[in-house]
Design a protein around this ligand. Structure first.
Ligand SMILES: C[S@@+](CC[C@H](N)C(=O)[O-])C[C@H]1O[C@@H](n2cnc3c(N)ncnc32)[C@H](O)[C@@H]1O
Length: 330
């Protein structure tokens, strides 16, 4: 595609021998190359992580085998039997306690989903998925991956908020089907309804806040009984200010941004991905519950420090950091 959206016929395009058209890759080619580079780095990182895990597991098994071989030689047969028996019991206990922890987490998620936001004792985090028409097919697929990460972070919460995805439909919904158990086993509210309908009552009570990097106000804490909306969109900054504008002008609801400036020296813009936002909020809410001695300022500091990738900050290396597909991040 030539400039100004004029497509040259193949003969003219191939006759164009100017330096620019010969050497400069097109925007699409550059994007494709960039995607491929990220893909390779991501795969290498995953491979490295897997190998490290395998080496660690092997070492652990070897240490255990060595220990028991040594004990077999050193102990009397009945003492050795006792040691093996104790070890077996400890292992069973560990498995039982892990299983109980998992069941406990599942029950809490079910409870949070059943309670909803009607009783004002929890916070609701909603991802507004009404932007399918503003994204390319690849961006929709990447957004589905980000929503998968949102759910994974949510599932790990000890004190889960009420999480909802609204306006979930079309290609985005279809792309999510590749996740195990979606939608019937996901322990959260999934709906094709728009958030303004889903939270009609909360809107009337002025308890809905749209989060946006372009907002003027900064959020200090997440208040119970309130719904915080995150834009489910990847637009690589094509639609600057979109969510802020829709929220204030179309829905007439307040907007707020994360206090990034106070804590992190960002390399470029302060627009985060949908899943990073959910992860940051999950961390803030967990820290508030588990470390009541922390101030809101300290909570934000710790959550932002943990979630915002080092490669997005000034003067920081990204040693050993999980590499994502940056070309489709925001
Ligand atoms: C990739 S961003 C979307 C950018 C889009 N151009 C827009 O208008 O918001 C995805 C969503 O994450 C949330 N978000 C991203 N950065 C944020 C920040 N610094 N503070 C608050 N929310 C943020 C917003 O809800 C945003 O809609």
């Amino acid at each position: 595609m030539a400039e100004n959206n004029i497509t040259l016929p193949p003969s003219e395009a191939s006759n164009d021998t100017s330096e620019n058209s010969e050497n400069k890759p097109s925007k699409d080619e550059k994007l494709q190359k960039r995607k491929e580079r990220w893909e390779t780095r991501k795969n290498n990182f995953k491979k490295h992580k897997k190998q490290k895990k395998e080496v660690k597991q092997e070492q652990k098994k070897k240490n255990s085998d060595d220990f028991f071989t040594k004990m077999r030689d050193e102990l009397a047969p009945e003492e050795f039997e006792k040691l093996v028996e104790e070890n077996k019991k400890k292992k069973e206990e560990r498995i039982r306690s892990q299983r109980m922890k998992k069941e406990n987490l599942i029950n809490k998620l079910k409870q949070a989903t059943e309670n909803g936001i009607t009783n004002d004792c929890n916070v609701c985090i909603n991802v507004d998925c009404s932007f399918n028409d503003k994204m390319t097919n690849n961006e929709v697929i990447s957004l589905a991956q980000q929503l998968g990460k949102c759910y994974a972070a949510y599932k790990r919460m000890e004190n889960p908020f009420y999480m909802t995805f609204t306006s979930l439909q079309g290609e985005l919904y279809n792309s999510l089907k590749k996740f195990e158990g979606f939608p019937e086993k996901w322990m959260m509210k999934l709906t094709d309804q728009h958030f303004t309908k889903e939270f009609e009552d909360k809107l009337k009570e002025n308890k809905v806040i749209y989060l946006s990097a372009d907002a003027e106000n900064e959020i200090t804490e997440f208040e119970k009984g309130h719904v915080y909306v995150i834009g489910g969109i990847i637009d690589r900054n094509r639609h600057k200010n979109l969510c802020n504008e829709i929220a204030t002008k179309e829905y007439n609801i307040p907007t707020a941004k994360f206090p990034l400036d106070k804590h992190i020296d960002m390399k470029a813009c302060s627009v985060l991905t949908t899943n990073q936002c959910v992860e940051i909020i999950a961390d803030c809410i967990e820290l508030k519950q588990t470390k009541p001695e922390l101030t809101n300022f300290e909570i934000w500091g710790q959550a932002l420090e943990k979630i915002i990738p080092k490669r997005k900050r000034k003067h920081q290396e990204n040693q050993g950091e999980q590499v994502e597909d940056e070309s489709a991040e925001q």
